[in-house]
Design a binder for this molecule. Structure first.
Ligand SMILES: Cc1cc2nc3c(=O)[nH]c(=O)nc-3n(C[C@H](O)[C@H](O)[C@H](O)COP(=O)(O)OP(=O)(O)OC[C@H]3O[C@@H](n4cnc5c(N)ncnc54)[C@H](O)[C@@H]3O)c2cc1C
Length: 348
């Protein structure tokens, strides 16, 4: 391509969880990757708790395709830890309150179902920290649940790529993209493929119009509970997630998207009230954050190959479950890019 100075195998636009998982899969297979990101501070990935919860909802059913996604997720995050010399995968049970008789019955029936055995702890146990939290009634405890430290992952991966000349801090302008038969050109860069992983901003990507988003905004409050012994994730009206060093992530609210993304003082008051009723000991609010999740109408991810340009891809719509779904999609898409196949079809 004329004027090109830097040649890559793949360009990835967006350095949130999707883009970084994609980059990891590709560099692990020897590809030369350029990751472009304009700043992750307000991305969904930077605000997320990173929970992988195998049993969800009021009916306590398995999360979509969890038996397929979980083994790949654990494998991928362990490999990332090894490559980057960081810890990001924490196995932590989830304790949930069972609010009424119907919930108790549902949970008891799951206990009898052998497909759920791996995910259920027979007797929930909060004895180590019951003087710190207020969860009433009977409890359920979910095993094989995890927390991914997404922020450490994405910042470490971008630093790793930067050291190798594979990261560009820049706002990608799709109007400057040159798509040729078998090549992509952008500024002084060229590549064989481009993968768009722009999170909620992908709604405005003209190459993939009307992708099917139903965006939602979520808030997270980071609190400090001095000398806390809370070691499990707790799901009541909200989620309380141990982040280490006496810090806890609290959140889980949903709101159809509204711009601008500021947190209202009213919201802060509500959250503080809810936290105060769950946490029995003194705590301090450290930070309140907000972001737009790339949620979709179908509640399924958006993984596409462009109809006219087969070397242009879209990896988005991770919704509320990026930590568990992301690694599987990134693996599948990377395997396709490494293969000789022209057409990409994800196998669920
Ligand atoms: C409050 C909250 C709690 C959550 N909790 C969980 C949870 O517990 N478990 C879970 O699995 N998921 C959770 N999520 C969802 C999770 O955050 C997402 O599934 C996932 O992180 C989405 O990643 P992404 O890379 O698709 O998008 P994003 O994280 O939004 O990343 C997109 C990136 O693209 C970049 N970008 C966009 N446009 C451009 C451009 N033109 N040029 C350059 N860069 C660009 C942005 O800077 C950003 O870094 C939560 C989300 C929120 C908001």
């Amino acid at each position: 391509m004329t004027g090109t100075k830097y040649v890559f195998d793949d360009i990835i636009v967006g350095g949130g969880l999707a883009g970084c998982l994609m980059a990891f899969e590709l560099i692990s297979n020897g590809r030369k990757v350029l990751l472009i990101d304009e700043g992750q501070a307000h991305s969904s990935s930077a605000v997320a708790a990173g929970i992988i919860n195998p049993i969800t909802g009021k009916k306590y059913i398995k999360s979509w395709n969890i038996d397929l996604f979980l083994p790949q997720a654990v494998k991928t995050y362990r490999e990332i830890e090894k490559l980057l010399g960081i810890t990001i995968l924490y196995e932590k049970n989830i304790v949930r309150s069972l609010p009424d008789i119907s919930a108790e019955n549902q949970w008891e029936s799951r206990k009898l179902d052998e497909n759920y055995t791996n995910f259920i702890k027979e007797n929930a146990d909060i004895s180590d920290f019951q003087n710190e939290v207020n969860i009433s009634g009977n409890l359920a405890e979910i095993r094989q649940a995890y927390r991914i430290d997404i922020l450490t992952f994405i910042t470490s991966l971008c630093r790793y790529l930067e050291e190798k000349g594979g990261f560009l801090h820049h706002t990608f302008d799709v109007n400057l993209l040159k798509i040729e038969d078998k090549q992509i050109g952008y500024l002084h860069f060229s590549a064989s493929n481009i993968i768009f992983c722009e999170g909620h901003k992908g709604i405005a990507n003209p190459l993939f119009p009307d992708p099917g988003f139903a965006l939602t905004r979520g808030e997270a409050t980071i609190i400090n509970i001095p000398e806390s012994r809370i070691s499990k994730m707790i799901k009541d009206e909200i989620f309380l997630v141990p982040f280490g060093n006496d810090l806890f992530w609290v959140g889980g609210g949903y709101e159809n998207v509204s711009y601008p993304e500021e947190i209202t003082s009213n919201h802060k008051k509500i959250v503080k009230k809810v936290i105060s009723s769950l946490v029995k000991v003194p705590f301090e609010t450290v930070e309140v954050k907000s972001a737009v999740r790339p949620t979709t109408k179908s509640r399924r991810p958006l993984v596409k190959q462009h109809e006219m340009y087969p070397h242009v891809y879209y990896f988005n719509g991770l919704g509320t479950k990026g930590s568990s779904i992301g690694p599987y999609i990134a693996h599948q898409l990377a395997q396709h890019l490494l293969s000789e196949n022209n057409t990409f079809e994800i196998v669920w």
